[in-house]
Design a protein around this ligand. Structure first.
Ligand code: AMP
Ligand code: ZN
Length: 484
């Protein structure tokens, strides 16, 4: 049984899907106006872990993700510049070129981080007719109105609206908070745009005909439309970063349930933010942290994946290069330990396998306790069972962890085998102090003397080195030396 924290009820609940044979999962996808930063990717790593955990627990999953290539304005509250237009202007390209480039870049980052591609990936611009149909129905049902050329959702028509925020309705009344510019077309402060027309955004690059004039959809409607198009009228799990909870997900629930006339999604999962020491992660200020930047600095992207797995998704996580360096040490040690296991040693012990797997399943089922799931890897290494069983269990865990444990360990084994001395070769190892070419040449000369049975010469060289403060220790296939 999987337990998941549900933001909608603010409790940890047993996960029970609507249909026993399939879990319907929806993920808010990226706004493709720039590269994803590693904060965005923390959300996608954890959502990938959720999907893989569900599959590991035996569920079939159908997962859908949108690509926001239209409609997301600089502010989630429908104000400011259009993000796609902003990207196109910045790079002197068309909106479609920007969308294609950054969609490809996003999936390339995902590939490097072992994030599985969702079963359905749908660009928002593919589903305009679906949004128009939903908006028409909302108008017919009295949930939406036209004002100033745009179509708005009327939140006052709902019995319940504020599902994901802790403010009371009074706190959010129009004009109560200072410094908030209000859209004078809105009847209520939290009303949101379903459809923009060109009367408001003359320079909008992508626009479509609609019953309300030429224009384009609001951001929130795309997720409701795409989810219903591919997953039907009910949804098991909807996920996104915590900033999506309000207003985006609140508005998705409002419009979807008003349209459907019944409950839409049962479980809401939100990944908390990755921050830097100076605060919020940004694409414009300070260091723009991307997967490419990690690679440029010599980090394996999977080290970042491990870094994310070491903390719980419902806690903020602080990124620093020092923290990432610690993850490098952990990852390298882990791979070295797995590389030391000998493949093909004995048969898989089924009972031991099941026992180790049970612990891992329990950790994941406990609201995705990935830190504990990583600890389960160490339990496997310490377990009293043969290496074949250990390797089989680790391979199985990696279906969820996605750390390439077996592949990297195999590569490490090959690397060690290549570096190991060939039969008959004489290796000289410096055990303390700096390696010294002259000393090493003398040690080799001593070896040659021994081979030629000139033991007097061999002893003379040993004594000469001793006088220099260097001690030689004979080992299999060579000699070690240390400074006394
Ligand atoms: P966007 O491309 O801005 O639509 O964001 C893509 C995803 O990243 C959304 O699910 C956001 O909620 C999430 N997100 C944004 N900033 C962060 C962050 N600093 N840490 C984790 N997730 C984030
Ligand atoms: Zn969304």
């Amino acid at each position: 049984m999987i337990k998941l924290y549900n933001t909608a009820t603010r409790t940890r609940e047993d996960f029970i899907p609507n249909h026993p044979d399939i879990v319907k999962m929806y993920t808010c996808g990226p706004t493709v106006y720039h590269f994803a930063h590693i904060g965005n990717l923390r959300s996608y790593i954890m959502e990938d872990i959720l999907e893989k955990s569900l599959r590991y627990h035996g569920y079939n999953v159908k997962r859908v993700m949108n690509i926001t290539d239209v409609g997301h304005l600089a502010s989630d509250a429908d104000t400011g510049e259009d993000k796609m237009l902003k990207g196109a202007k910045r790079e002197n390209k068309s909106v479609m070129e920007i969308a294609k480039f950054y969609t490809d870049a996003f999936f390339e980052d995902c590939r490097k981080l072992n994030i599985k591609r969702p079963d359905v990936v749908e660009p928002a611009t593919n589903c305009i007719d679906d949004y128009i149909h939903i908006i028409e129905t909302l108008i017919e049902k009295g949930y939406a109105y036209a004002a100033g050329g745009n179509i708005y959702f009327d939140v006052s028509k709902l019995k319940q609206y504020y599902i994901f925020n802790d403010f009371s309705e009074d706190d959010l009344e129009v004009g109560v908070r200072e410094g908030v510019t209000e859209d004078s077309n809105k009847k209520n402060k939290n009303d949101f745009v379903l459809w923009f027309t060109k009367s408001k955004f003359e320079d909008q690059a992508l626009k479509w005909d609609s019953p309300w004039g030429v224009g384009y959809p609001g951001w929130h409607i795309e997720c409701s439309g795409i989810s219903m198009k591919h997953l039907g009228e009910d949804l098991d799990i909807h996920c996104g970063g915590i900033d999506n909870a309000f207003p985006h997900h609140t508005n998705e629930i409002a419009q979807s349930e008003a349209y459907l006339g019944h409950k839409w999604c049962n479980y809401w999962m939100h990944v908390h933010h990755l921050n830097t020491n100076s605060g919020k992660m940004s694409k414009s200020k300070g260091e723009f942290l991307t997967v490419s930047l990690l690679e440029e600095k010599g980090y394996d992207p999977l080290v970042y994946r491990l870094f994310c797995l070491q903390s719980h998704y419902r806690k903020n996580l602080v990124f620093s290069w020092e923290n990432l360096d610690n993850a490098v040490v952990t990852y390298n040690k882990l791979i070295a330990k797995i590389a030391a296991l000998k493949p093909g040693e004995g048969e898989v012990d089924g009972a031991a396998f099941d026992e180790l797997k049970a612990k891992f399943l329990e950790a994941l089922g406990n609201d995705l306790n990935t830190a504990l799931a990583v600890t389960a890897v160490y339990d496997v290494l310490k377990a009293k069972t043969n290496d074949t069983t250990k390797l089989a269990v680790l391979d199985d865990f990696d279906k969820v962890l996605g750390l390439d444990l077996i592949k990297k360990a195999e590569a490490k084994r090959k690397e060690l085998a290549a570096a190991a001395p060939k039969t008959g070769e004489f290796t000289v190892i410096c055990e303390s102090g700096e390696p010294d070419a002259e000393v090493e040449a003398q040690i080799r000369a001593r070896q040659d003397a021994k081979k030629a049975k000139n033991f007097a010469e061999a002893d003379r060289i040993r004594d000469e080195l001793k006088a220099k403060g260097v001690e030689i220790i004979d080992i299999a296939g060579g000699a070690k030396y240390k400074r006394l």
